[in-house]
Ligand binder design. Structure first.
Ligand code: HEC
Length: 194
């Protein structure tokens, strides 16, 4: 256990990237060719992550590890909500549609969370809030008991999912870097709401 903690700490240190390096252009192919031979495993892991970062052109959303994990959990729940909506819709279960869409509808807590998650990436929070606003229309459409209307509202919502995914990626940073990039203090209490 102790070994794992030390290893994790070492990995964090080893992969630590300075905020200034974030905007520097990707290295030219010739620098890649002069790669040092027999790099230790940790370097290999970091360079693999570096390779991924370079091939993924999306805007990084800086998140501390706990925030990133929380965001992933939120995302899995979002997909489950959509699953619940389509399942209920297929059964003309209008209350079921509303119960599932409630999970992704706007609320003050949801807005606060989106603000927190998007603090380091311009435009992220706006897309997130727009997504929840679109989801509000799913429950409204279910009131009309009109399958096509619910499908249209769900598609409109899914378009907000996919356009955010096309634009942003997680970027895991340490607390100091996050504070530096966002100019705000971390609010760990937000991640213990469940
Ligand atoms: C405002 C931006 C935004 C919106 C809106 C959004 N997502 Fe995401 N989603 C993200 C980001 C950022 C990631 C992490 C991508 C990465 O791994 O770098 C993610 C990841 C995911 C993942 C992968 C989770 C994992 O375990 O790695 C799923 C599934 C997902 N989103 C589903 C959805 C669904 C379904 C919706 C809409 C109903 C949605 N998301 C809306 C930003 C968004």
């Amino acid at each position: 256990m102790k070994y794992i903690i030390i290893l994790a700490a070492l990995l964090t240190l080893a992969c630590d990237h300075k905020p200034e390096a974030r905007t520097s252009p990707a290295p030219k192919p010739e620098t890649q060719a002069t790669k040092e031979p027999a790099a230790p495993p940790m370097d290999e892991r970091c360079s693999a992550l570096q390779q991924l970062a370079e091939m993924d052109p999306r805007t990084p959303v800086p998140l501390q590890p706990m925030m990133a994990w929380h965001q992933k959990q939120n995302m899995m729940e979002h997909l489950e909500a959509i699953q619940g909506i389509t399942k209920a819709l297929a059964e003309d279960d209008w209350e079921g549609v509303q119960a599932s869409s409630k999970l992704i509808e706007s609320s003050p807590q949801m807005a606060q969370m989106c603000q927190h998650m998007g603090a380091g990436a311009e435009g992220f929070t706006e897309l997130a809030l727009e997504f929840h606003k679109r989801a509000d229309k799913i429950g409204e459409a279910a009131e009309t008991k009109d399958t096509k209307e619910v499908l249209r509202a769900t598609t409109h919502t899914l378009e907000a999912c996919t356009s955010c995914h096309a634009a942003y990626k997680q970027d895991i940073v340490d607390a100091a870097t996050w504070t530096k990039l966002t100019g705000s203090a971390h609010q760990p209490s937000m991640h213990h709401v469940h």
